[in-house]
Every structure is written in C-alpha cells, then in structure tokens.
Design a binder for this molecule. Structure first.
Ligand SMILES: *Cc1c(COP(=O)(O)O)cnc(C)c1O
Length: 370
C-alpha cells in the first residue's frame, strides 16, 4: 500500500549530469540515512552503475550494512564515536574519514593488529565548525599520518572538508583554508588521490571548488539544494515517487465533517478517498489544511482533514466514478510528470526537501524501478 519507487534511470541521469557539471571529475555519492530515504543499497548500486567513483555514509555502521548487503563499491565513512572500533572497517575494506589524532592512532593500531594497511582520508574543518580536524591540529595529524604511511599501517588516500553554504565569499574563503590544508598534507609527505570539498550546492554553484572530486547526496537523488531553483532548472530528475493507492471510497453529503476534530467540513456533496499513508510514514501531520495535494488519475486533488498515523483523506470530487479501489495516488514525484514536487511539502513545513526525504518511514517499501 505504501511504495517509494526509486528510478534507477533517474539516478543514472543525475550522476551523468553531475559528471557533466564537474567536467568528468570523480563523484562520491552519499547514501547516509538509508540513501536519503531511497534505500541505501538501491541508491549505492544505482550510483555506481551510473558512474560514481565511490559511495559514502556518515557512520561506519551504515557502511558495514552496505558491505553485508553485498555492495562491493569503494566505501567511505567519517562520523565516529569516541570508542569506535575500526577493525571491522579495515576487514571490510571501508575507508575511514579521520578528523582527530585519537582516531588515527586507533585506526593504525587496528591495522597493525590485523597485519594490514588501513586506508583513510583526512577530514578537515575549514569553517563549518563541525567534525573535521581543527586547523591547529593539522600539522601533528598530517605528520603522524605520513609516519604511519611510511610504516605501512595506513594509506592517506584523500583529504576533504565540508562547506557551510554561507554565501559565495564565505565558500571561497573556506576554499582557501582547504587549499592550505592540502598544501600542508603534501608538505608532510602524503599524496592525496582524492581532494573534495563540494557537496550538491557547490557542485552546481562553485565551479572553482570542484577540485578533482565532488561528494554529493541530494543532487544524485535529483533534488535541488537551492530553494530558488528547481530540479529541472539544474538538469536533474527526482528519483523518488512516493505512491499509495485508494483503499476506500465514500460518497458524502454537504456538511460532512472529515477526520479528527472535523477541521475540514465538506461544503458540497462529494466523494472522499482513503489513502493509507500517515505521519508514521513520514507524511507530516501539519500538511493538513495548507493546500497540499496529491495526483490521482492525472489530476491534482486536495488532501482534506487531519492526517492520521496511518491514513489520510483526499476529496476526489469530480473524479468520482472515474476512480476505483486500488487507483494509484502519487504523493510526490517528478513535477515534470505532473506530480506534486517534494518541495510543496518542504515549503509548507518550513523545512528543506532533505528532511522530508529522510523522514519517509520504514513501512514504506523501497522499490527500484527502471
Ligand atoms: C551529507 C553530506 C554530504 C552530502 O551533502 P548534499 O548536500 O546532500 O550533497 C557531503 N559531505 C558531508 C560531509 C555530508 O555530511
């Protein structure tokens, strides 16, 4: 009854588009948080078959789950707790983003224990003030990295940082700080193969910050990181179509109250359709009464009455007689195909498309479609 259909074709298209925008640079596709709600395995496989170089997650656990599911792509993860055990990462050939000395030492110790070499990429903070080594730590961190490289315990494969998207000037200032980190890393004696700063927003707006690799999440799924630009304007195709179906239809007279609290009362006699997706599935309850709509039989129809945990109601009005039980209902998808854009929801909810995507709940089945 609840399906997030994921178009592999759209992800392929988006990866190609990102490649075009970055003049063929390497592309790391981020599949953290269950592939931005699309399903991490579906997203990782589609990204790789579409031409990505590498797959990234935030947590090591997420990367290990991908390996367990049979994903053989190069993997990178970068957000670690203080007691993280890197041995499983090394055994599963997962590259580790390292942003502090204690993690570097833990990684090297695990590699030594396993009698092998761990591959890492340094994550540096260039102004976002989140995880990433602070500037004062770079010299010590890079020197130790180079030393451990000479000992054969680690391989320093890359260096990366993340932008605050705080405007053109601020982004370029971060770029300069990043350049300095890259210079210092080389001076310490390491030669990074992958150098990356841009995520989706900078991929489409800061060509000077592409380096030899970009690290994108949202754009690979076909959505725009900019409120003022649509997917189509960026040449992207939204990959997810959130679908359900009509499970009940009821003709009602004028004056009928709808759902909890009767905050919607039908002004005229109409037909109500019941759709089995609710706020447990990531459909925000606060969408109600705000003009949100769905597509049924190619027509936009309004969501009416309060959204429940498992279900909501649509006034199908003039479609009565043309729709039956089982009729598909599209909650959001590619607006070029006449579906509501996910941004209708994010705008009404005063949030960003990212948050809506990752909020799609576990009862919604992720289904790959060509
Ligand atoms: C989530 C994340 C990304 C991807 O960001 P998008 O805006 O979705 O492209 C890239 N890098 C880091 C460090 C992230 O945490």
């Amino acid at each position: 009854m609840r399906v997030a259909e994921v178009s592999i074709e759209a992800i392929h298209h988006n990866v190609r588009r990102i490649s075009e925008v970055t003049s063929g640079g390497q592309i790391i596709v981020v599949v953290k948080a269950c592939g931005y709600g699309h399903g991490a395995v579906i997203a990782a496989e589609a990204a790789m078959s579409g031409g990505a170089t590498m797959i990234a997650t935030a947590d090591l656990e997420e990367a290990l789950q991908l390996r367990d599911a049979g994903v053989t792509a190069p993997l990178l993860c970068w957000l670690h707790g203080p007691r993280v055990d890197f041995a499983p990462a090394i055994s599963a050939s997962i590259e580790v983003g390292v942003s502090r000395l204690s993690h570097l030492e833990a990684l090297a110790a695990a590699a030594k224990e396993l009698g092998t070499t761990a591959t890492l990429q340094f994550k540096v903070d260039t102004g976002l003030s989140r995880n990433g080594a602070a500037k004062e730590e770079w010299e010590t961190l890079f020197a130790r990295g180079a030393e451990l490289e000479r000992e054969g315990l680690v391989r320093v494969r890359g260096i990366f940082s993340h932008l605050a998207n705080a405007g053109e000037e601020a982004d370029h200032a971060q770029g300069e700080v990043f350049d300095e980190a890259v210079r210092m890393l080389r001076e310490a004696g390491s030669e990074p193969e992958m150098i990356h700063l841009a995520a989706s927003a900078a991929t489409f707006s800061r060509p000077k910050l592409h380096y030899n690799t970009v690290r994108v999440g949202l754009a690979a799924y076909g959505l725009s990181p900019f409120v003022e630009k649509t997917s189509a304007q960026l040449g992207l195709v939204p990959a997810m179509t959130l679908r359900s179906e009509i499970v009940a239809l009821r003709g009602v007279p004028a004056g009928t109250g709808v759902s909890y609290g009767f905050n919607h009362v039908c002004e005229v006699a109409t037909t109500l359709a019941l759709v089995p997706i609710g706020y447990a599935d990531g459909m925000p309850r606060a969408l109600n009464g705000n003009g949100a709509w769905v597509t049924i039989a190619g027509e936009p129809r309004p969501i009416v009455g309060r959204i429940g945990m498992d279900q909501f109601i649509v006034d199908v009005g003039p479609l009565a007689g043309r729709v039956e039980l089982g009729e598909p209902v599209v909650l959001f998808g590619d607006p070029e195909r006449g579906y509501p854009a996910i941004e209708v929801w994010s705008r009404l909810m005063r949030t960003i498309n990212y948050e809506i995507l990752v909020g799609i709940g576990p009862r919604v089945i992720r289904q790959a479609a060509e």
